[in-house]
Design a protein around this ligand. Structure first.
Ligand SMILES: NC(=O)c1ccc[n+]([C@@H]2O[C@H](COP(=O)([O-])OP(=O)(O)OC[C@H]3O[C@@H](n4cnc5c(N)ncnc54)[C@H](OP(=O)(O)O)[C@@H]3O)[C@@H](O)[C@H]2O)c1
Length: 336
């Protein structure tokens, strides 16, 4: 079975999900959507993705010399599942459209959990999305926390987590937002990230705070975990070494910050300079008694992409085993 996938919102996340879908042999892109005739619409044309646009905007695309297949409603008729990559908070409106078109849909982390009632991470709760009509892939920060915390909770047991998210100000493509010369604490305490992790790891005790800083590259998390038993540093590293989509690196080997980590991604030849895996500094972690301390870096634009692919398989019931889906996605996307 080849699942017909539409991407509603061909922006930062939508472009990468579209590329990841084309790498799979069990799904294909039947359309991508745009509201404005920007360079990305041209790229969709050049990649051969059928382009659909917001009704009423057709002429703008035609006069810009961009080929379109129809309106977004037309795209829905071609698809079995939509990956909604519209900007955050469009969810209610788009969910009504998908319901009307009798389509399944995946939403992104800019939407609230309540929109779908099911939030997703491939390793932690693949089966919760099984056959569902609406599921949300959790945000980049939440995906990052779950990737490293889930295996620790499964294999050692977690008493409690305290974490601080040091967030990039904006994505590299964005020239409108900031801060440019400020460090901006998120004054809502605890931040929403902890409760968001609990939408997937339902019983985890976790509190989070967040600070936005003037960088575009990655987020960094500073995490303190009270474990249920004493373990050695090596025990934790061994767990992460065998965890998909977690990569251990050494600051001492020329990777002391997110700048070098992003350069490493480019040198490895990763598409768009992405790092789909969560980066954990081997020499930046320690265990004292039952308490684990570590730093991790999250490439916000790309860590959620493989999760969307696995989510499609669970919702469409095309692969029952999450390990097989994860491995297939990693092989096709070249994730190590
Ligand atoms: N960027 C990240 O780092 C990141 C990470 C994880 C999760 N997310 C989440 O992913 C979602 C998408 O974020 P993004 O960063 O990819 O946004 P983005 O780069 O701004 O892209 C949004 C896309 O949606 C299109 N769009 C706008 N209004 C639309 C409408 N009414 N109908 C259909 N398409 C519409 C835009 O097209 P036009 O340009 O033609 O208007 C654009 O292509 C959000 O929920 C966000 O929170 C983002």
């Amino acid at each position: 079975m080849v699942v017909k996938v539409a991407i509603n919102g061909y922006g930062t996340i939508g472009k990468s999900v579209a590329d990841a879908v084309t790498l799979q042999d069990d799904m294909k892109i039947v359309g991508v959507s745009k509201t404005r005739p920007t360079f990305e619409a041209q790229i969709a044309n050049s990649k051969g993705f059928p382009l659909y646009v917001l009704a009423g905007n057709e002429k703008k695309f035609e006069s810009a010399g961009i080929k379109i297949k129809g309106t977004i409603d037309d795209m829905f008729k071609e698809a079995e599942i939509v990956v909604d990559c519209t900007p955050g908070d469009f969810g209610d409106q788009e969910k009504a459209n998908y319901t009307k078109a009798n389509l399944k849909a995946i939403f992104q982390g800019g939407e609230d959990h309540e929109l779908t009632g099911t939030s997703f991470n491939a390793l932690a709760n693949y089966k919760e999305a099984w056959g569902k009509q609406f599921v949300r892939v959790v945000s980049c920060n939440t995906s990052g926390l779950i990737r490293t915390l889930f295996p620790l909770d499964r294999d050692i047991g977690i008493e409690r987590v305290n974490a601080v998210m040091i967030r990039r100000a904006v994505d590299p493509r964005d020239s409108k937002k900031g801060p440019v010369n400020a460090i901006k604490p998120v004054l809502e305490i605890p931040s929403h990230h902890g409760p968001d992790v609990q939408t997937v790891m339902h019983n985890l005790k976790i509190s989070t705070m967040a600070v936005a800083v003037p960088t575009t590259l990655m987020h960094v998390h500073s995490v303190i975990v009270d474990l249920k038993k004493e373990v050695k540093k090596e025990d934790v590293l061994k767990i992460w070494e065998s965890t998909p989509r977690v990569m251990l690196i050494d600051g001492a080997k020329g990777l002391p910050s997110t700048a070098e980590v992003m350069e490493y991604a480019r040198d490895l030849g990763h598409t768009r300079g992405d790092f789909n895996s969560i980066i954990v500094w081997r020499d930046g972690m320690n265990v004292v008694g039952k308490t684990l301390y570590y730093y991790q870096a999250i490439h916000q634009e790309s860590d959620v992409i493989p999760e969307n692919i696995d989510c499609i398989r669970s919702m469409m019931k095309t692969e029952a085993d999450n390990t097989k889906s994860i491995q297939k996605t990693e092989k096709t996307m070249g994730i190590k």
